[in-house]
Design a protein around this ligand. Sequence first.
Ligand code: FES
Length: 243
Amino acid sequence: VNREEGNSLGALVDHGHRPRNNIPLSEFNGRARITGPCGDTMEFWVQVRDDAVDRVSFITDGCGISHACGSMATCLAQGRPLDEVSGLQPEAIIEALGGVPADHEHCALLSANTLKAACAGYSENVSSRSSNAPSVVRVAAAVVAGRLAPLVAGCDSLALLDVESSTMQVLRRQNEEAPPQEVESLPAWLAGYGVQVLICQEMEEQWKELFGAHGISVVVDAAPDIPEAWIASYLGGSFTSSE
Ligand code: FES
């Protein structure tokens, strides 16, 4: 999809009926999901390479115009420098669509904000990986009923923990629903969150390589403890970001 196609007559109807790039990316390094004041949710994925948006996609449960706005946002972002995409304004989306009804301009704002947040997510991932003070490691833990569990397809929850590597203190925790997909898609999904280490009770041997290919170290045989307790008691001072 190129910008010329996006500028054709009837772009609003066209993009509303045939939204481009309307599928989650299997490989991405920035992602964001925002629910707007209207109650609709939009989600964007970006794959940034050499400071430019190499690939971008979106999904939404919103109206037809939100589909058109998300679609046009991806068209305007594709192949463009990251700082340019981060500053994409809703007016540019509206203009490229040839206008939207006044009471739906917020759909363009939601698209621009979510795309911007996905770009910011990429930048945060990069800076958290390169920063040395303090050295924070993002750990994902396969969790069932609050305790470490085997990593299996469809495992119900993943805890994401930011661990200060010298003190082993858990600085922040968030829980994310695992994507309802086969385990092969998990490494890219976790890499999008900046995860560097995955801990679980067990996983199939061949899956470890998939995570390694995305720069994620795997630690298995974790006791069925709550993740914070396991990190503190088992890993102790031997845990560093290089492992
Ligand atoms: Fe909610 Fe369009 S009405 S995004």
